[in-house]
Design a protein around this ligand. Structure first.
Ligand code: GAL
Length: 923
């Protein structure tokens, strides 16, 4: 993690430099392109952010809520949420509704994503809910809370603590379930009369239903989907229009923290009646080489006018620089000939062009993520009526079953991680900078790929992965027809899977970073033989219809090579099966999944398919906590006295311990290296996430992240960095060296290095030089007797000195240090500065055991939105400005105020310790 710390003098100099650079940038920013995740405005199309100033109301309990329900839900009989994740999913329950349900009015919203017109949903007569006060224009909502989107109503807590909580550890003990309303007035000028007006919601958790001026317009139940509503029939230009959105987020609906609310961006899109459709461009590239490439473009045009329209398009293509600015004039263009689009219908036009010497998109660090920008102008009778922008990349993508994934002809082994959607202390509320920070930290570790576990991400995530050069497995579902939790996606799968899949692909298929579509994770249909395989094939076929340029997959923790399930997917994705599952003798005779290592068996059965591990490891640790004794094995399940402590609910950071079905990083590296045909791995997982705190459901957040919930690296970060960045000279020692109670006791020392040898010294005395054997990824001195002082390690690579590190026993806490990851932020009300606080001793060494109470205070145009310390058991609500340090560290997250620039001063105090200040410039 790159952390910047400035003295005041340095700060002033940095500020002067910054101001100059800022001015230069301002001059250039006129050329800055507007991506599809930004506000845009041309004469013919406006995309307006309507995130600010919503009125929000949540019922105290669902029992007293209105009955405008989407559908009837089954009674929850089993809400035990700490079942092993690889428990076999159960049959879905069928329920008959004898209540008024609004589903028939919601389903037609999705018709554009149903391929067979005969299956379109027809809106019934009537207008349910129209008499309900919250949807009325004149309803007085002045007592409702004012919120800005993206908004996660649950993240502020408080946590449900103790046994039998209303919301269990699985969903993060936070109040995400519930029914709530959002209202906003839309001022639509009279000049917009005759235009098409859409509401674009990037994500609302969940079961969204939308009324405009008292009319039920539609909605979308899946909380991770992005979707559009056509407001045109209900909107009154020249008037104030009242939008009302009802969300209904069920308890027992997720295996992790879903968040609650309109947690992604929301837009109003205003176009001519004849316009480029929703996600209306599809750009693919073929015959790609350094000297030329074919760019193929398909444009969907909607004619919402009463007359047929003859249209032409010209798409100009520009290069983008690494910051997303236009580089000069258009490099080429694609024209399509005049085409008639029938009134009220949709049409498609196609064109292509050969581009010479294309700048190829490829993953970092070996390739460069060059991007292009396509500006499509739509003309009717020579008049321009729309302008639509698309960012894309030119790259070749090939899959070789003997070795893996090739991008632009180079083999790129996948060094990936799984990422959930939450952003730690910020919750599910999407924030681009928070997501960018996560990716920066992952990149520093050598990670080159992300699996969006287990749902479509916020659209901005894919803009970041495009720009930063990550590969992506874009995943749709965790569940199909068979349930994992009582009220999860299986309830809506039958009526929504096609639309949820097609909409994900149409939204995401122009992103060069996306290389694989995943249509499921560990679904229950693995167990249903031919029937499950047929459903898998149906989903895979839908993906291929929408985008034949990428392979499909579905992650398997149970299906075996001889079953029909894997046969229907293009790429074989294995969760944990490659290393083997529960092979230890203690699992003999249990009814849990037990599997011998499967890589060879799959490779033999499917010699034409690429195999990758979509989930490996699921290793656990609590940053800075070390428990003794330490196992001799390279990998172990967790129990009390074996890496775990069920009283304090922490797992040892020797980084040898994993979930019962998982493996340590070392074991995974070895098993993948033994199988050179493997395309690589996605580790479970990159950042800790809220919920699913296996093995201790008494906690609030996971233990499986390589990086903790606050974004602080656990020791595990360094074993991945040592293996994934072999060129980077580095060495890392664990544990910390503050063990006053262990003098004379065996306290193993483990070292992660990108070198192949190291010598360890304790208080100047060599404890021996050790060399990694083949398939060894750490050096261990397991019989070190603790004495306070200094541990020093010198690492070597092929005989030459390579890197060194020193770890010292510290004194008592004496002061604080604070580092901002960025001291210059944008005054846009969104940008963030992450402040890391270290509790230090009198020699400025971080005290690794310190848990002092830390307080953040702020002056100037910013606010402290959240704090954290990465401790999965910490129930201090995230917005609190006071929190204990955990293993010496705490985090404060500062957000700028919109439109108010100036210096923000954050003062960090702790009783008895010298305070510290950080100054941030918000411009
Ligand atoms: C996997 C599952 C993940 C997560 C993980 C935790 O089986 O696919 O979503 O639950 O286990 O160990």
């Amino acid at each position: 993690m790159s952390i910047i710390h400035y003295s005041f003098q340095e700060y002033i100099i940095a500020r002067l430099v910054y101001s100059t650079v800022y001015l230069i940038l301002l001059v250039y920013s006129q050329n800055f392109v507007r991506a599809q995740t930004a506000e845009t405005s041309s004469d013919t199309r406006q995309r307006i952010s309507i995130n600010n100033n919503w009125r929000f109301f949540k019922y105290d309990s669902t029992a007293i809520a209105d009955n405008l329900i989407y559908d009837v839900r089954p009674t929850v009989n089993d809400n035990q949420d700490n079942k092993p994740t690889d428990t076999e999913p159960t049959e879905a329950e069928n329920i008959d509704a004898n209540q008024m349900v609004l589903k028939p009015w919601i389903l037609p919203t999705s018709n554009d994503f149903i391929i067979n017109p005969a299956k379109y949903f027809v809106r019934p007569e009537g207008n349910p809910g129209s008499d309900f006060p919250f949807v009325q224009k004149d309803f007085d909502d002045s007592s409702w809370e004012i919120v800005n989107l993206p908004h996660d109503w649950a993240i502020k807590g408080p946590f449900y603590e103790g046994p039998n909580p209303e919301v269990g550890g699985g969903m993060g003990r936070l109040p995400s379930p519930g029914i709530a309303w959002y209202r906003k007035k839309l001022d639509i000028p009279a000049s917009d009369s005759g235009k098409s007006i859409f509401l674009d919601i990037d994500g609302a958790m969940s079961y969204a239903m939308v009324w405009l001026n008292g009319n039920l317009v539609g909605g979308w139940p899946y909380g991770y989907a992005s979707w559009r509503l056509d407001l045109t029939p209900y909107i009154v230009p020249g008037n104030e229009n009242q939008l009302a959105i009802r969300l209904d987020n069920p308890n027992n609906s997720s295996r992790w923290y879903p968040g609650g609310g309109i947690y992604r961006n929301v837009w109003l899109v205003i176009t001519s009646a004849v316009h480029v459709g929703h996600w209306g461009t599809y750009i693919t590239t073929s015959d790609v080489s350094n000297s030329s490439a074919d760019i193929n473009l398909e444009i969907t045009i909607d004619n919402d006018s009463p007359n047929d329209a003859a249209v032409k398009t010209i798409t100009k293509i520009f290069e983008l620089d690494s910051d997303g600015r236009l580089k000069g004039d258009a490099v080429t263009e694609i024209k399509t000939s005049e085409t008639k689009i029938t009134a009220g219908l949709r049409g498609k036009v196609e064109g292509s062009v050969i581009i010479n010497n294309p700048k190829l998109w490829g993953p970092a660090p070996t390739q460069f993520p060059n991007r292009y920008f396509a500006v499509t102008s739509l003309y009717q009778s020579e008049e321009q009526i729309d302008q639509y922008e698309t960012i894309f990349g030119i790259r070749s993508l090939n899959f070789n079953p003997k070795s893996g994934v090739y991008i632009n002809g180079d083999l790129i082994k996948i060094k990936g991680v799984n990422q959930h959607h939450d952003l730690g202390a910020l919750g599910a509320a999407f924030n681009t900078r928070a997501a960018e920070r996560q990716l920066e930290i992952l990149k520093e570790m050598g990670c080159n790929a992300i699996r969006t576990a287990h749902n479509p991400p916020a659209p901005e995530v894919l803009e970041l992965t495009d720009r930063m050069g990550f590969l992506v497995m874009d995943e749709a579902f965790d569940v199909w027809e068979r349930e994992k939790t009582p009220l999860d996606f299986h309830l809506i799968f039958p009526e929504w899977h096609e639309q949820d899949l097609r909409s994900m692909i149409r939204r995401d298929r122009n992103h060069p970073s996306v290389i694989i579509w995943s249509y499921g994770n560990e679904v229950g249909e693995q167990y249903t033989d031919q029937e499950g395989a047929e459903l898998g094939k149906l989903l895979s076929d839908i993906l291929k219809e929408e985008d034949p340029t990428r392979p499909t997959t579905s992650a398997m923790n149970w299906a075996k090579p001889n079953m029909p399930f894997p046969a229907v997917m293009d790429v074989i994705s294995l969760n944990y099966q490659g290393e083997g599952i529960r092979q230890d003798s203690i699992f003999e005779g249990t009814n849990r999944i037990r599997t011998a290592p499967q890589y060879n068996a799959f490779h033999k059965k499917f010699p034409d398919k690429v195999i990758l591990s979509s989930e490996t490891a699921s290793a656990f640790s609590s940053r800075g906590i070390y428990l003794f004794p330490v196992v001799d094995d390279i990998s172990s399940y967790v129990r009390d006295g074996r890496g775990g402590d069920s009283k304090i609910h922490q797992v040892s950071s020797y980084e040898l311990y994993a979930v019962d079905f998982g493996s340590s990083a070392d074991k995974v590296f070895s098993s993948i290296e033994h199988h050179p045909f493997m395309a690589g791995e996605f580790v479970w997982n990159g950042f800790d996430y809220i919920g699913e705190p296996t093995p201790y459901y008494e906690a609030r957040s996971s233990y499986s992240g390589i990086i903790d919930l606050a974004g602080f690296s656990k020791d595990r970060f360094y074993i991945y960095q040592s293996y994934w960045c072999p060129e980077l000279p580095m060495v890392h020692i664990l544990p910390h060296w503050n063990w006053s109670e262990r003098v004379g006791e065996i306290t193993p020392v483990h070292v992660f290095t990108s070198g192949n040898e190291a010598e360890l010294f304790l208080n100047g005395k060599s404890l021996g030089r050790k060399k990694k054997a083949q398939y060894e990824y750490r050096l261990r001195w397991d019989d070190v007797k603790y004495e306070p002082g200094e541990l020093k390690v010198i690492a070597y690579n092929n005989g030459a000195e390579w890197a060194a590190a020193v770890l010292k026993t510290t004194d008592e806490p004496a002061g604080l240090e604070a580092f901002a990851d960025r001291i210059e932020i944008k005054a846009d009300g969104k940008d963030l500065s992450f402040i890391t606080v270290n509790v230090i001793d009198k020699n400025k060494l971080t005290v690794p055991t310190a848990n002092n109470k830390i307080k953040f205070e702020i002056e100037g145009p910013g606010e402290i939105v959240a704090t954290d310390n990465g401790d999965p058991t910490n129930f201090t609500p995230f917005p609190s400005h006071e929190r204990k340090a955990f293993s010496g560290l705490a985090l404060g997250i500062v957000r700028s105020k919109s439109g108010v620039s100036g210096f923000i001063t954050v003062t960090v105090t702790s009783p008895g310790l010298k305070e510290v200040q950080v100054v941030i410039n918000s411009q």
